[in-house]
Structures are given as structure tokens and as C-alpha cells.
Write a new protein. Structure first.
Length: 372
């Protein structure tokens, strides 16, 4: 039986970890035990252990064998060495591609792929404010947006003519140059962007007179944008093709418009539900009048009753926020508002109310005093 530690334990992950979680755990540990950063005794052996665990768990077949048979199921398949070298056995893939996939963007070098390939442009993002009612009902607005279009004069080459394009002598047209570098698994040959041709593999002797060598022409266009009903803050509207210019003839990126809804002064929103605090007159309630309740979809009539529940939200179906598939509820809290009564009328009201007994205050005080 093997005395080796459990591979999942080594990487600090559970047995249900997915590919992304395995890779993330390995990256963190590899950075921690990098020989240029960690000079502690045993760091090199620790790194060998981490490499071996990652090699097995990152390979679906090896991982399945390990899960079923333990270390005996993968003996002889884990081919990681120390920092002095790497034999690569058992990966079934080019190590450079794996290394790039794990450490790309971390300062360990650039892509090994052809840098002259067409690539989509950068995606842009802008913020747009809309009113509360525009969010509820949906709206339509027009924006002036920049549009990067391929220069038709040079067809995206950036040169005045095809004879004005030369192959870069520094990188031989590859767009990258080979550089030796020391990494956590030894010395490797890495590809770095060519700074002479800016990774294009080409040198332009004479720039295109239409686009000044940029390959794209910037224009301004009016674009009509529609927002759906029930939109909330954070909703993203995608406008295809209005991002940054593509590379090497690639399509432009996209524009993401992030909506920011201005809060209402009267309504409060929770999901698709709406809440309103509505003041009603004392006399209106006394006379049980029929009032109009304002909703975002217009007003509707409601008959007041003496037993109306005050200061609590009452639901009204069909008056909440409506989307193409769902509908919220409208909640109204009725708040009693005393009228501004003239002194003479107030005396009459007092005289009339002498025959009525109201123990609301006494009961409230009594309930409070019961608390221990």
C-alpha cells in the first residue's frame, strides 16, 4: 500500500472539485512554493508533491483511476520531476499549452499561438440612467455611439498598398520571439510578443491614407435601444458590434449598457412587488368614501370602510410590476391624516364626539406596561 498523501488533500480541495477549482488550487500553491519565492527547506519536495497531484487530478482518465484504485491506479503515470527538469510523460498534451493555460496573465509569458490570427475587439461598457416609470413600462432611447468599421481602402491591412507591407525581420513574421526563462518547473522556452512589429509579424512602410494605419475607421451612429418592461438596476443591454476595433480583420467588440434606475419618490420596489404609503383623510374614512388609489398602471377605485386596517400593507393583485412572464403585487399602507379643522368646526366635532368612547390610548399604554 502506498504511503503517499491523498492528492485531494495536497491541493486542499474536496473530491467533488471541478476542473476550474483544481486549476485554481494548483496555481495558488505553485505561486507559494515557487523556488524563487520560497527558500524554506523542503519547499522543493513540497512542489514535487503538488505537481504530481495536479498532473493526476487534472487528467479525467487518471483522476478516475485514482478515485477507483488510489495511488496504485496511477503508479508510473505521474511524470512530474522537480525544478531541474520535466519529462512530461502521462500528460498526452503539449506541456507548453498546459503551462500557458494555467499561468496565462500571471507574468509567465505570452501565447504560443499565431499572433496574426483575427481576434474580436475589446468589449466596452457604459452606464445609463432611466426613470422609475421607464423601468416599469419599458422604454426606448437613442444614443450616439462610436462604431469601428474595417477600412475599405486597405481592407484592414493598415498599409497604403500590398507592396508597403514587409515581413518583420525580428520575429520572422511570427509576431513573437523565443525567450528562455526559469519557471517553477525548470527552464523553458517561452514566446513573448515582438515589440518591433507589435505582434503583427508585419512592418508597414507607408500607412493607409484613409485610416492612417489603424485598419479601422471610427464613425458615429445613432442607435435606438429598447429596454424591457420590469427592468431593474444592473440590467445589461448588449449592443453588438459597438465595442473596440477587432484585431487583424476580426469583428469589433460589443457594447454593454448597464442600466441604473432612478428611485421613485413614492413607490418602493422589492423584486416585482411595489409598496405605497397612502395618506387618507379622517373625514373620508368617517364617511366611508370611495377614493382613487394611484398605481403605476393608472388609478383604480377603492371603497373605504370603518374597519379598514391602517398602517399595514394590503395587497392588490394585478397592479404590481409586469414582465412578459411574471406579475408582481401592489401593496398599499393606509395612513390616517387628521384634517386641518377650523376652530369653530373643531368645537362642533368635540361636542358631537362626547357620546363616543375611545379607549385606544388606554389600551396601548396598558399593553406597553405589561412588558417585563
Amino acid at each position: 500500500m502506498s504511503n503517499k498523501r491523498d492528492y485531494y488533500e495536497i491541493l486542499g480541495i474536496n473530491k467533488k472539485a471541478n476542473e476550474k477549482e483544481i486549476k485554481s488550487a494548483y496555481r495558488k500553491l505553485a505561486m507559494k512554493y515557487h523556488p524563487d519565492k520560497n527558500k524554506e527547506p523542503g519547499a522543493d519536495e513540497k512542489m514535487k508533491e503538488i505537481n504530481e497531484a495536479y498532473e493526476v487530478l487534472s487528467d479525467p482518465q487518471k483522476r478516475a483511476n485514482y478515485d477507483n484504485y488510489g495511488h496504485d491506479g496511477v503508479n508510473g503515470q505521474a511524470g512530474f520531476g522537480g525544478f531541474g527538469g520535466f519529462n512530461g510523460r502521462g500528460f498526452g498534451a503539449d506541456f507548453g499549452d498546459i503551462f500557458e493555460n494555467i499561468f496565462s496573465g500571471m507574468g509567465f509569458g505570452g501565447s504560443r499561438k499565431n499572433r496574426n490570427r483575427a481576434a474580436k475587439g475589446e468589449d466596452y461598457q457604459i452606464n445609463k440612467k432611466i426613470t422609475f416609470m421607464e423601468a416599469i413600462h419599458g422604454t426606448e432611447f437613442t444614443e450616439k455611439l462610436d462604431k469601428f468599421e474595417l477600412c475599405l481602402h486597405c481592407n484592414g491591412s493598415g498599409a497604403q498598398s500590398s507592396s508597403d507591407i514587409e515581413t518583420c525581420s525580428t520575429c520572422s513574421g511570427t509576431g513573437s520571439r523565443k525567450v528562455k526563462m526559469r519557471t517553477i518547473i525548470g527552464e523553458i522556452i517561452n514566446n513573448e510578443p515582438c515589440n518591433v512589429c507589435k505582434s503583427t509579424g508585419k512592418i508597414i512602410k507607408k500607412k493607409c491614407s484613409s485610416c492612417n494605419g489603424n485598419s479601422y475607421i471610427k464613425t458615429e451612429k445613432k442607435v435606438t435601444i429598447k429596454t424591457p418592461k420590469g427592468t431593474s438596476t444592473g440590467k445589461i443591454i448588449t449592443v453588438k458590434g459597438y465595442g473596440g476595433p477587432g484585431l487583424n480583420g476580426g469583428e469589433p467588440g460589443d457594447l454593454y449598457i448597464v442600466l441604473n434606475v432612478i428611485p421613485s419618490k413614492n413607490y418602493r420596489r422589492e423584486g416585482l412587488d411595489l409598496y405605497l404609503d397612502l395618506k387618507i383623510g379622517f373625514i373620508d374614512l368617517l364617511q366611508e368614501k370611495e377614493i382613487e388609489i394611484p398605481s403605476v398602471h393608472g388609478t383604480f377605485k377603492y371603497k373605504l370602510k370603518h374597519n379598514l386596517k391602517l398602517n399595514t400593507y394590503i395587497p392588490f393583485k394585478g397592479y404590481g410590476i409586469k414582465t412578459s412572464t411574471y406579475e408582481g403585487t401592489f401593496y398599499v399602507k393606509f395612513i390616517l391624516e387628521m384634517p386641518d379643522i377650523k376652530r369653530g368646526d373643531f368645537k362642533k366635532l368635540i361636542e358631537i364626539s362626547k357620546d363616543f368612547e375611545d379607549k385606544t390610548t388606554e389600551k396601548e399604554v396598558e399593553n406597553i406596561l405589561k412588558e417585563k
